[in-house]
Design a protein around this ligand. Structure first.
Ligand SMILES: *[C@@H]1O[C@H](CO)[C@@H](O)[C@H](O)[C@H]1NC(C)=O
Ligand SMILES: *[C@@H]1O[C@H](CO)[C@@H](O)[C@H](O)[C@H]1NC(C)=O
Ligand SMILES: [Zn+2]
Length: 414
């Protein structure tokens, strides 16, 4: 019976003639949550993946979340019933979420934190503030993308009396294209550093040199903004007419060891043809390697709501793990005070999420020995977060950064 259904699925796959010239609507795509043992869920997922393209799936804590196209909906439900698994529909029509997200966006209206913006607008915002605060900020280029975009960041470095170089805090955001809340909170945080009159925030700003990159995967982000909301990877061309690699599985540390695939057509976790095959990761890694005095590397993702420390594919603890956990806890406590939201961790991804190799944070730690290295998984549901509430996560992240550096300085890292 299952074989029969899967053959049907595979036939349907070739009938999915999509209009490729329009933003993919995701009309009537349902987001399912399926409960069961991880083994059963994995085998179910594996079977599905062999026959249909799944734009989004994730297994965690004996739950599978998967986004199902209307064409395969009834077959999917039949398969699920054969497996006899508890199932519920979490989102009836994913296109509704997309519509809500785009509602605040007006081309040519002033930049704000009540809408999501494409990469050109974000870069224009960075350009504007670098002029407005030209005495102590400047645009920096951290690398380049496959389609020829620059990876633009903002350097914030207020003058000091002693004129000594400060320790650098590096912030990486948007490496996964569809995690839109991460560039948005990152520009929100930039705005806080530039304009806040809270003495704690200005003191934090003045203490470090900041290098902040809101969209390190600009091609992918633009693609998710203009063609496919679920796009996660870069946009390089692979064999088999498939595009992109997962830029957070492509760094040269334990490449492809865990939680990554060598199948270029996989929507989510293709690790690339070799370590640093992607121009974005290669150029950005070179930029990072050239930075002297890197104190902290912070990466933002969504939306598992947790705080992760290296190494993502290991349950073994690195030498300053206890400090990282202590600092991370303070960071989460500061964040909790803003909205009462609890994050899991701090811990390694292997401990509380899943094993994943080839991520930026792990490479940075391994290659540069940077003492403070964190990945924040922000909040949301299947990458959706209402644009009129960006400020909630923006304020939370600002306080988390304050907590992080307050405790780090207490422990003499600063
Ligand atoms: C940048 O500044 C110009 C001139 O003030 C303004 O028209 C434009 O809206 C600003 N762009 C963004 C993205 O803030
Ligand atoms: C920037 O620095 C120059 C020269 O030191 C100074 O004249 C000017 O007032 C400063 N501008 C701002 C906006 O602080
Ligand atoms: Zn991510």
């Amino acid at each position: 019976m299952i074989i029969y259904l899967l053959i049907c699925l595979s036939l349907i796959k070739f009938n999915l003639a999509e209009n490729i010239y329009e933003y993919k609507s995701y009309k009537d795509y349902k987001l399912y949550e399926v409960e069961g043992s991880n083994d059963i869920l994995d085998s179910l997922l594996q079977k599905l993946k062999n026959f249909v393209e799944l734009p989004y799936y994730e297994t965690r804590d004996s739950k599978l979340e998967v986004l199902i196209a209307p064409d395969i909906n009834s077959l999917f439900e039949q398969i699920i019933s054969l497996y006899d698994l508890k199932t519920k529909v979490v989102v009836e029509d994913y296109s509704e979420l997309i519509r809500l997200e785009k509602s605040g966006y007006r081309k040519n209206s002033a930049f704000s934190w009540t809408a999501y913006y494409d990469v050109d607008d974000i870069y224009e915002y960075l350009g504007n503030v670098s002029k407005e605060y030209s005495n102590w900020t400047q645009l920096v280029v951290g690398g380049e993308s496959y389609e020829g975009r620059q990876i633009v960041g903002l350097r914030i470095n207020t003058p000091t009396e002693k004129d000594e170089p400060k320790k650098i805090v590096f912030i990486e955001s948007g490496i996964h294209a569809r995690e839109w809340i991460t560039p948005a909170t990152t520009t929100y945080f930039i705005n806080q550093l530039l304009t806040s009159t809270d003495p704690k925030i200005t003191a934090m700003r003045n203490q470090f040199e900041w290098q902040i990159f809101p969209t390190v995967n600009p091609d992918g982000y633009h693609y998710s903004f203009t063609w496919d909301r679920m796009w996660r990877k870069t946009r390089s061309k692979s064999t088999f007419f498939c595009y992109g690699a997962d830029p957070n599985r492509n760094w040269d540390y334990n490449w492809l060891k865990n939680g990554a695939t060598s199948n270029p057509c996989n929507y989510q976790t293709y690790g690339g043809s070799e370590p640093f095959s992607e121009k974005e990761t290669r150029t950005l890694s070179e930029y990072i390697q050239d930075l002297d005095n890197l104190l902290a590397y912070v990466a933002f993702h969504a939306d598992a709501q947790m705080l992760l420390v290296p190494y993502s594919d290991s349950v073994e603890h690195i030498d300053n793990y206890d400090d990282l956990v202590k600092i991370g806890k303070t960071s989460l406590e500061y964040g909790y005070k803003v909205n009462g939201e609890k994050y899991d961790g701090p811990a390694t991804a292997a401990e509380i999420l899943y094993k994943a190799s080839g991520g930026s944070m792990d490479w940075v730690r391994h290659a540069t020995g940077t003492p403070l290295v964190y990945t924040y998984e922000l909040r949301g549901k299947s990458f959706h977060w209402p644009p009129d509430r960006i400020y909630e996560q923006g304020d939370e992240v600002t306080q988390m950064m304050l907590g992080l550096f307050t405790e780090a300085c207490n422990l003499n890292y600063c």
